[in-house]
Design a protein around this ligand. Structure first.
Ligand SMILES: Nc1ncnc2c1ncn2[C@@H]1O[C@H](COP(=O)(O)OP(=O)(O)OP(=O)(O)O)[C@@H](O)[C@H]1O
Ligand SMILES: [Mg+2]
Length: 238
């Protein structure tokens, strides 16, 4: 077996950690001689902050690409308000607000949602984890009967705790007592934990209490920056 150099071993370990969303990026206090076991490389090598940033960008973009449906893989931010929101999430997920994009059908809300998450990935945050669901899919994944209890519990935990949740088409699902409870659990948890959530809806903010009830709407209004997306239905004007 050919012995592996310390540099190669470190590069492999660092890359493997990055693929799992972890970092090993604390450089030593003083540079050690090249070839020693703790050597951190110069520009473009493990230990160089720019190298680690580039690794994070690549891993995040790879995840984004995997999660994004083909129709939206070309989506890039062009809306200043959406870009500003994405930048606030990239800067610090703990302090960023959530975002509510609202407007008529076909104006580009889902496009902007994927564009925003691409911009966040492109910034190379320390951990990029994204969950995307539509409102009807959320209920269908959690409805008893379709999936076993363990599977539903894992889905619920992911929806509650994912660092970044996109909830598309809010207000398009048929509501019942059960769905109201599920949606309340998701929104209330993300509200309490201040976890960034990007919501799209055809409903104006003032209509949300009538569609989702006062308790959910009240939380949504407080936790989100709201942007109206206007224009023609792009599906009909292409
Ligand atoms: N800025 C844009 N540049 C290029 N294509 C766009 C842009 N915005 C939207 N589109 C395209 O227009 C179509 C409609 O956009 P999208 O699906 O985002 O609309 P929507 O507002 O989410 O509609 P709905 O409310 O029905 O869900 C899609 O094919 C999308 O790829
Ligand atoms: Mg949409």
């Amino acid at each position: 077996m050919t012995p592996m150099s310390a540099d190669t071993a470190l590069a492999r370990i660092t890359t493997a950690l990055h693929r799992r969303g972890l970092t090993l990026d604390t450089p030593p206090a003083a540079p050690l001689p090249r070839g020693s076991y703790a050597h951190r490389g110069g520009p473009g090598e493990p230990g160089d902050p720019a190298w680690h940033h580039q690794q994070r960008v690549e891993v995040a973009l790879e995840r984004w690409q995997r999660l994004t449906p083909p129709r939206y893989t070309h989506a890039r931010t062009t809306h200043p308000g959406v870009s500003a929101w994405a930048d606030s999430v990239a800067a610090d997920q703990r302090t960023a607000p959530s975002l509510l994009l609202w407007g008529p059908t076909g104006t580009g809300k889902t496009h902007h949602a994927f564009a925003a998450t691409h911009r966040i990935a492109q910034a190379g945050p320390p951990r990029f984890a994204l969950t995307f669901t539509t409102h009807p899919d959320l209920y269908s994944a959690l409805r008893p009967g379709g999936h076993d209890d363990g599977e539903r519990e894992r889905t619920m935990r992911r929806l509650l705790a994912t660092p970044l949740l996109v909830l598309d088409d809010l207000g398009t699902a048929r509501e019942s007592e059960w769905t109201g409870e599920i949606l309340y659990r998701v929104i209330n948890h993300r509200y309490n934990q201040q976890l960034p959530t990007l919501i799209t809806t055809n409903h104006a903010p003032a209509a949300l209490p009538g569609v989702l009830g006062d308790r959910i709407a009240s939380r949504l209004i407080q936790m989100t920056t709201r942007i109206e997306i206007t224009g023609p239905d792009r599906r009909l004007t292409r």
